[in-house]
Ligand binder design. Structure first.
Ligand SMILES: [Zn+2]
Ligand SMILES: [Zn+2]
Length: 101
């Protein structure tokens, strides 16, 4: 799976979760992407992982486009539901993108 725009290979949410637990980090259950518990973590794996949240893959279930988180947040818009931002919209068809599992 590759990002449609920058051709970077995409991380799924479960791959990312496995990498995080190896490095002793936790994923924010709300966003599924941000790493918490990082304040005391100084190892290199952890720092590399925090940068890799950009590589998390998002997919549009409507048009099938796939993007990395970095491109999606650059090209899409925040998806707001009940006054809260809960995701990013597909740059192609404006439907909320789902994380690749
Ligand atoms: Zn990309
Ligand atoms: Zn779409």
């Amino acid at each position: 799976m590759y990002c449609q725009r920058c051709n970077k290979s995409l991380l799924t949410r479960s791959e990312f979760a496995a990498l995080c637990s190896q490095a002793g980090l936790e994923i924010d259950p709300k966003t599924g992407s941000h790493v918490s518990g990082t304040s005391g973590v100084r190892n290199r794996d952890a720092i590399r992982l925090i940068r890799r949240t950009d590589d998390l893959g998002l997919k549009c279930n409507h048009c099938g486009h796939q993007y990395c988180q970095k491109c999606a947040s650059k090209m899409g818009s925040p998806y707001v539901f009940a006054g809260e931002v809960i995701g990013i919209t597909c740059p192609n068809c404006k439907i909320c993108l789902d994380y690749l599992e």
